[in-house]
Design a protein around this ligand. Structure first.
Ligand code: GLC
Length: 453
């Protein structure tokens, strides 16, 4: 058989070769990272435990959540009104960072582009960006500078899906989805996901080269290869390869459909799950992402806000299962945090101010320490300290620990370092008893610190 190679095929091959070198496709894959190296790379993240998510975009003006374009099936023209008015006059990113710090958060992840496709950064690959709105400035540049100045780790959220890009094909999850399946073909005529993928790679490359060291990349989202978009559309293995080449120390989430064992994700992202469900993730790297209320983008009329106890529960339960919590704020269209968010952050901060030793540097307790009823345990391996979070305050004024006999040298409350007397255990008795004040201290969830032998 005679092999004929057309000129156009050669050109395509050359183009692919150039792109692959630019993105590092052509390079030899690094030897798999050892577990020790990964643990080292993840160390600050495992230690810090608590971060702030920020969802900010054109949807902040609609004030009906970040999915508003989709839910209300808005056209690009209808949605353009938010672009034309985008001018957050109260935006003070330094203050955002200050709020995060005061709440006890150690890292921040901000949306650089959400599903709506609008970019908060000055991308050279699109006009649909903040620098073309009345606000004019690159919000991502401001954010990176403010976060670094505040000593917070810097994270970028980037949406893999895009409801504005002309090449992103319309599927069942798109705002322009048709009422009738037979219309997809005509709606998608001329659209090309390969061109979209190029756009996506170029933007991720911009984000990871133009803003210095980036600590976390939070990619979102995949929803099934057959009927939606996923790993194949993003070519996830190559995407990850490019990301790791550009930022070797970066910590990467799991929403590009590559498991932790495929050299892909660094952590899993259970979303809006209850505290009890987190036990399923024990032993894995995970970060639960949670909102104060139901939605991620500012939502004026949404009133199901979690109370302080619920927020603390999710934080403590994350750490008790060896994971992190990232808690979201959706700033208003003016760029400020609304009073409900400020109150919630303030309450978290008040508790963290007195009790953060049971969070930072902690993880799950060794299996032989069994939590007394109404409590949750965290453990600091380095310091050899066990923390008991009193979700129910014992009205008897004592707290019994079944199998702690001979293991504890000192007990105190964290909030005031007041000693808690350990009633002497009998020889051969595996039980100890702490004597607590009759009245619950004025702390939402008091924490007892046990120094272990
Ligand atoms: C979901 C939502 C998105 C949100 C994200 C945060 O994937 O689509 O709106 O940004 O979760 O975890």
């Amino acid at each position: 058989m005679k092999l004929t190679v057309k000129r156009s095929q050669v050109l395509i091959a050359l183009l692919l070769c150039t792109l692959s070198n630019q993105w590092g496709y052509g390079q030899k894959k690094n030897d798999a990272e050892t577990i020790e190296h990964r643990n080292q790379r993840m160390q600050w993240w495992t230690n810090d435990r608590f971060g702030m998510f920020i969802h900010f975009g054109l949807y902040s003006l609609a004030a009906r959540g970040e999915w508003v374009k989709n839910i209300e099936r808005m056209t690009n023209e209808q949605y353009q009104t938010y672009f034309n008015r985008f001018n957050p006059d109260k935006l003070a990113i330094r203050e955002w960072m200050q709020h995060a710090k005061e709440a006890g958060m150690k890292y921040v992840v901000l949306t650089t582009k959400h599903h709506e496709g609008f970019c908060l950064f000055d991308s050279k690959y699109t006009d649909y960006k903040v620098t073309n709105t009345p606000y004019k400035k690159d919000i991502i540049a401001e954010y990176v500078a403010a976060a670094r100045e505040a000593g917070l780790k810097v994270g970028f959220y980037y949406s893999l899906i895009d409801w504005h890009h002309p090449d992103f094909t319309i599927d069942w999850l798109h705002p322009q989805r048709p009422g009738n399946d037979s219309l997809y073909a005509s709606l998608n005529r001329g659209k090309d996901m390969n061109r979209y993928r190029l756009y996506l790679y170029n933007q991720v490359q911009e984000l990871l080269t133009n803003y210095g060291k980036i600590d976390i990349l939070w990619l979102d989202m995949s929803y099934g290869e057959a009927t939606g978009k996923g790993r194949k559309d993003w070519d996830s293995p190559h995407l990850v390869q490019m990301i790791r080449r550009l930022q070797p120390q970066i910590i990467l989430n799991d929403r590009m459909e590559l498991g932790q064992n495929e050299g892909g994700a660094d952590f899993e992202t259970p979303e809006q799950v209850g505290p009890d469900e987190l036990t399923k993730y024990k032993g894995k790297y995970f970060e639960t992402c949670q909102t104060f209320s139901g939605l991620w983008g500012y939502s004026r009329d949404e009133n199901t806000w979690k109370n302080t106890r619920q927020l603390l529960d999710i934080l403590i339960s994350s750490v008790a299962n060896g994971g992190n919590l990232i808690l979201n704020v959706g700033p208003t269209g003016r760029g400020s945090f609304d009073p409900r968010a400020l109150n919630a952050l303030h309450a978290m901060g008040a508790w963290m101010n007195e009790n953060s030793q049971s969070i930072y540097g902690c993880g799950s307790a060794p299996a032989d320490f069994i939590a007394p009823p109404g409590t949750k345990l965290t453990y600091n391996k380095e310091l050899h300290k066990l923390y008991i979070h009193l979700f129910e305050y014992p009205w008897t004024g004592t707290l019994a620990f079944q199998n702690f006999g001979g293991k504890v040298t000192y007990a105190q409350f964290l909030h005031d370092y007041s000693q808690l007397v350990i009633s002497p255990h009998q020889p051969n008795d595996n039980k100890i008893k702490l004597i607590l004040p009759k009245e619950k201290p004025a702390v939402e969830i008091p924490v007892i610190e046990l120094t272990l032998k």
